[in-house]
Design a protein around this ligand. Sequence first.
Ligand SMILES: Cc1cc2nc3c(=O)[nH]c(=O)nc-3n(C[C@H](O)[C@H](O)[C@H](O)COP(=O)(O)O)c2cc1C
Length: 330
Amino acid sequence: MPYELKPLRIGPLEIDFPVVLAALASYSDLPYRLICRACGAPYGATAAMLDRQMLLDGKLRDRLVRLDAADHPIAGQIMGNDPAVMARAAVILRDMGFDVIDLNFACPVKKVVAKKRGGHLMERPDLALEIVRAVREAVPDRPVTLKLRRAFREKDGTSGAFWRISRGAFEAGAAAIAVHARSVEQKYRGQADWGFLARVKSEFPDRTVIGSGDVHTALDALRMIEQTGVDGVLAARGAIGNPWLFRQARDLAAGREPFQPGLAEQRQLINRHLRLAGDLYGPRRGLLTLRNFGIRYARLHPHPAKVRAAFINVKTEEDWRAVMETWYGG
Ligand SMILES: Cc1cc2nc3c(=O)[nH]c(=O)nc-3n(C[C@H](O)[C@H](O)[C@H](O)COP(=O)(O)O)c2cc1C
């Protein structure tokens, strides 16, 4: 049955389809974003980038922020805890051509939280809101969005901070919030609480709320919209190794049978991805990057365990060619 989906609004931007690529450290780099775009993703975000890193000229920053005409609209995601530094980083990203500035208050990685960044801000609503206001003021001409978790801890009532941050951020002019329906403490374990997403949307019926958590398939993405009323959905782990998820979601939404890539399509896309990674990182690092993706692409192959093992063992271009010939016919 076709779904009636609305475009996703982020400030002045109208994104034609509401299933978009999540920020994913080690994955949502320029090559993979271009691959996902080619498969129907209408919007995406960089992985979380350290605010201070944005202030430094250099090769690492250049690779992180590299943009492409085919990769718009695009959000640059920053992470930090000093409102002034976050604001300067936002200006730099704006000047480089990012369409949206996304603030990460969600990352649960131990060393990030220990340094009082990312998910730590879910315990510091006042500081989080200072950051939102400083960034809004610094880039009034770009939509500012937030990535939040539903709470810091499971049980001690830190979800109060969620409501303070989300309400305060909208009052300060944030264009959208994306909510990962797990606590920071939960990291990626257990089920995401879609009931919480429904509560957030009913609390903010006229604002843009994007849901995240347990979107493993295209059908999950459409179900999340249907069940919770969110305006958009982040495809995260479900899109790693399956960039076709976006096309499949578009198919399902239109009432079509979802596209299933055959081996020839998989081969073509993986080879294209390798070329894009080589362009950005150079041949050696490009190959190692693609090995990581190959391990994830293997899940769509009829022999996933064997193909995964074969990708894990790739060290040279020759090894790569052998895997492609053996398992993908060329
Ligand atoms: C490997 C990995 C890296 C991630 N990196 C980021 C990141 O840099 N910024 C961010 O906001 N979220 C990041 N996330 C969180 C995802 O965007 C998403 O919110 C989360 O995985 C929940 O969705 P899922 O259960 O459908 O995977 C990451 C998740 C994974 C698995």
